[in-house]
Design a protein around this ligand. Structure first.
Ligand code: PSV
Ligand code: MN
Length: 418
């Protein structure tokens, strides 16, 4: 980045800041919020993964958790907002957790959410915490307790739980019995959650089960989290809803109940496609952030909103891994910046006056504003390159790891395609 480029960024930013100020936006406050934003990246996003049809190995894709952390550190260095990395157990299992924690620290990172895996063991054919056989449920409990212990050792405060259980055929098992087994099993696990840890419960309406899924939607996750207690909350993965679901409504409802714990950001066109955030439905992403920002400014929801864990959950099949993550971070920042510049005061007035179209236009006005100069200026003020993607491309890091790391198969834990 030359100083000429900085001058250009500054000019574009000054013009934008001026027009935002005319709209009553506190630009310094918006920049402060953008600098404080934190986005967690997933260890599995850095390794090779794909579909059940084919895993295309990417040259230099991380092969173990150490390489995943090294790549995540590059993302954090370039964006300044990604200091934590979620891990998946057993994909990222190591013998020495202290050593891994110290390695993360040496890179300026911390380990984030610990994700147990209740779907890849042969014994889980009929489920894990809902399995009809109590010895399989015991195995699931043991794994969850192991993950709590790992979380403790790596200083993580989030156990992020996706339950893949379900059935493929009507009549296969009793849906009510499965619900009770799940509650009983999770209640036992919940007793072991340390006071400073949260259990985030992720729902998904289908896949790998095709007839019914035991935790199919936000309402079921909410019911389970409510049964368990205040340290249990709901995790919303954008790709886990039927087509047409109003996700921002779910977000608003859960925030108001104090039960929104976190996100798995990604995007999709059809099913759980795990595509780069904001690539297919950017307006939906903006509306989700609008709910979050509004809740941060409401004393009744501020505490819940501020504690929400923003995590990316993507699986990259044909695209370069690190660049895909940086693109996701940038797209999240854009959605957040647009939500921050909504004129909330005028919006409230329009809503109270029943002015349907003025209220809608206030959201549209923010959404249609090009906030990229604002983000570029924020990055310069954070001592970063204003364009993290071209900075990454210029860095030569992708070429270096492609040379240094032998091209191998799956490192993320995803199964190899045959
Ligand atoms: C399941 O589809 C999911 O969203 C869960 O969060 C898993 O942990 C993750 O994807 C990785 O498979
Ligand atoms: Mn997920």
């Amino acid at each position: 980045m030359s100083s000429n480029d900085h001058v250009e960024v500054r000019a574009a930013y000054d013009a934008l800041a001026e027009s935002l100020r005319r709209r009553g936006v506190d630009v310094e406050e918006v920049k402060g919020a953008l600098k404080r934003q934190r986005i967690e990246t997933p260890s599995w996003g850095y390794g090779n993964s794909g579909t059940r049809f084919k895993v295309f190995p990417w040259p230099g894709a991380a092969r173990n958790v150490y390489e995943k952390l090294a790549d995540a550190a590059v993302v954090h260095r370039l964006t300044g907002v990604c200091p934590t990395v979620a891990i998946h157990i057993p994909w990222d299992k190591v013998d020495d957790w202290k050593a891994l924690r110290e390695y993360a620290t040496s890179l300026g990172l911390q380990i984030g959410a610990v994700n147990p895996n209740l779907f890849q063991d042969d014994q889980y054919r009929l489920g894990s915490v809902c399995h009809p056989d109590s010895s399989v449920r015991r195995r699931a409990v043991d794994h969850l307790l192991e993950c709590i212990e790992i979380a403790r050792q790596v200083n993580s405060s989030i156990l992020s739980l996706w339950i893949a259980d379900g059935t493929n055929y009507p009549g296969q098992d009793s849906i009510r019995a499965r619900k009770r087994r799940m509650l009983e099993t999770l209640s036992e696990v919940y007793q072991h959650i340390p006071p400073d840890m949260r259990l985030l419960i992720e729902y998904k309406f289908f896949e790998p089960a095709f007839y019914h899924t035991d935790l199919a939607d936000w309402g079921m996750a909410y019911a389970v989290a409510s049964h368990l207690g205040p340290q249990a909350q709901v995790l919303v993965d954008i790709g886990h809803h039927p087509q047409g679901t109003n996700i921002e409504h779910i977000v608003a409802f859960l925030l108001d109940e104090g039960k929104l714990g976190g996100f798995h950001f990604n995007n999709r066109k059809y099913a759980d496609d795990d595509l780069i955030v904001g690539t297919i439905h950017p307006f939906e992403l903006f509306l989700i952030f609008h709910e979050l920002v509004s809740a941060e400014h409401d004393p009744r929801t501020a505490e819940t909103a501020r504690a929400v864990a923003y995590m990316i959950d993507q699986s990259h099949n044909i695209e370069p891994k690190i660049e895909a993550i940086i693109q996701s971070v940038v797209n999240i920042q854009i959605a957040y910046a647009k939500a921050l510049i909504v004129d909330r005061q005028r919006l409230r007035e329009a809503q109270e006056a029943g002015d349907v179209l003025d209220a809608h236009r206030l959201l549209q006005e923010a959404y249609e504003t090009d906030v990229r100069p604002l983000l570029a200026q924020v990055r310069i003020e954070m001592g970063l390159d204003p364009d993290p993607i071209s900075a990454f491309r210029r860095s030569g890091y992708a070429e270096r790891i492609a040379r240094e790391r032998a091209v191998q198969g799956s490192a993320s834990g995803y199964p190899e395609a045959s």
